[in-house]
Design a protein around this ligand. Structure first.
Ligand code: SF4
Length: 161
């Protein structure tokens, strides 16, 4: 399945969730939050097309990773492709996190593909970056409106940050 990426997966990331993680940066986000850290990922025609099979192969062959994180760009605008990768991540017993500019409640009422991706996640960091609520002391997120949510089958278990 095709996926538009901002760049190759980042290995050994320590800023996108706990432990050592492989981070997949998708390309494309219409939200254009002032102060966004990744404005180069906004353009839906930039980046490059890859195949999810390639990404799954990289994840399988990369050792010593605690999990995989989807970032961007807006991961939930490519939910079907990321669900394909996410199923593979879970089959390897790795943890799966995703960032999203959408809230959990918006995604729970989203497309079937978005709901499918949501059901695979262990943790969702939700909501857009809001410059007026920027807080440099937050872990794994940039503004205090964003929530770090532990999920099971797409349902909220607990807010962990
Ligand atoms: S939702 Fe995220 S990627 Fe999109 S503009 Fe806002 S901060 Fe940037």
């Amino acid at each position: 399945m095709q996926i538009r990426l901002a760049g190759p997966p980042i290995i050994d990331s320590i800023v996108d969730g706990p432990g050592l993680r492989t981070t997949v940066f998708v390309q494309g986000c219409w939200r254009h939050c002032p102060g966004c850290h990744n404005p180069q990922t906004w353009d839906f025609d930039a980046g490059y097309l890859d195949d999810t099979e390639n990404i799954k192969k990289i994840i399988s062959e990369t050792k010593m990773q605690d999990g995989v994180t989807f970032s961007g760009g807006e991961p939930f605008l490519q939910a079907a492709a990321l669900a394909d990768i996410g199923r593979h991540v879970k089959s390897l017993g790795l943890s799966l996190w995703s960032f999203s500019g959408f809230t959990l409640e918006e995604l729970q009422a989203g497309t079937p593909e978005q709901q499918e991706l949501l059901k695979l996640l262990d943790v969702l960091v939700d909501g857009p970056f809001v410059l007026s609520q920027r807080n440099l002391n937050l872990r794994f997120k940039g503004s205090s409106n964003q929530r770090t949510l532990r999920l099971k089958d797409g349902q909220l278990i607990e807010r962990i940050d």
